[in-house]
Ligand binder design. Structure first.
Ligand code: PSU
Ligand code: MN
Length: 309
């Protein structure tokens, strides 16, 4: 590996796990700084780390702190990301700038995939990925997460994508980029707050071990790029589809009226939906990320046991 010691700092705990080929699960930080309000954001971030430990893996929450890419954060650093107002949102294009300018930045799915891959972590858990926005045919707003899934070899466990996006186009784009979309115990691409979207996934796999074997094949064949594992929100927390659809429509209208675009759009929509559902969307969000962290840890454990990689 090239000497990147001045830009990347892996915590001693994560370093040790990686050295021993023990299972590690990466976690993103945009969800902390821009995806959830305080104090639910810090509570969730810490509880995800606990969930991963309980499943026998080591958590590695990733962010940029004063220009250093940190793999594995202290509680103090998580607290900073949860409270500070000037934390940037770092996707692929932002990483070199926030590092060189010594800024604090939360990493998106794309940003976290890059950092996880640099550190040698093959799997990462999040809530929802970015995707093709509705109206992308005129706005060109397609999240860099999709390109990243096409090029960086990290498996991303999510609850599908939110209906703020154009889900059929998001799936088309993933196909173009060569990303396998796997449904964990489901035939349907989950729609984040609800378990169904009416859209089929490419493959259904019912066991963590089967997903770990796909990761191993992709590596062995040197195909490159990521894998998207979609895990539907647990039944008991899933929201009524009509209710969430109404909130999404209203949030989109509000965004248009306020001229919100670019990297501000996703956080704006998330916040509006939370407001419009009286906080119900926030509790659903917390539960689904927890479920994704648990599944990612199971896959990481299974992957660490796949022979001859
Ligand atoms: N979708 C969610 N919650 C989130 C995000 C997406 O349901 O917190 C965050 C993720 O970090 C994702 C990013 O990578 O937003 C996508 O932003 P954009 O659409 O600007 O690429
Ligand atoms: Mn965008």
């Amino acid at each position: 590996m090239k000497n990147r010691d001045s830009s990347i700092e892996i915590s001693p705990e994560v370093k040790k796990a990686l050295k021993n080929s023990a299972p590690v699960v990466a976690l993103e930080s945009t969800i902390i700084s821009h995806g959830m309000p305080y104090p639910q954001n810090i509570e969730t971030a810490l509880s995800l780390e606990r969930t991963i430990r309980e499943k026998g893996a080591t958590p590695a929450t990733i962010a940029v702190i004063e220009g250093k890419i940190k793999i594995g954060l202290s509680e103090k650093e998580i607290d900073l990301l949860a409270r500070a107002k000037d934390v940037r949102k770092a996707s692929r294009r932002d990483l070199p700038v926030v590092v060189a300018s010594k800024l604090n930045a939360a990493t998106t799915v794309a940003g976290t995939m890059i950092c996880a891959s640099l550190a040698g972590i093959p799997i990462f858990a999040t809530g929802g990925i970015g995707g093709v926005h509705r109206g992308a045919e005129t706005s060109f707003d397609i999240s860099a997460d999709l390109q990243e899934l096409g090029r960086t070899g990290v498996t991303v466990v999510c609850a599908g994508a939110k209906a703020i996006l154009d889900l059929p186009l998001t799936l088309e784009y993933l196909e173009t980029m060569g990303v396998p979309v796997i449904g964990y115990r489901t035939d349907e691409f989950p729609a984040f707050y609800s378990r169904s979207s009416g859209l089929a996934v490419d493959y259904r796999l019912d066991e963590a071990g089967a997903i770990a074997r796909v990761m191993a094949s992709k590596k062995e064949l040197e195909i490159g790029g990521g894998i998207l594992v979609t895990n539907p929100i647990p039944e008991e927390f899933s929201m009524e589809r009509a209710k969430i659809d109404r909130a999404v429509e209203a949030a989109l209208i509000e965004a248009r009226r306020n001229g919100i675009a670019g990297k501000e759009l996703t956080p704006f929509l998330l916040d509006k939906i939370k407001e419009l559902t009286g906080g119900e969307s926030l509790s659903a969000n917390i539960e689904l990320v927890r479920s994704n962290a648990a599944l990612a840890a199971e896959i990481a454990v299974a992957y660490s046991q796949v022979p001859a990689r």
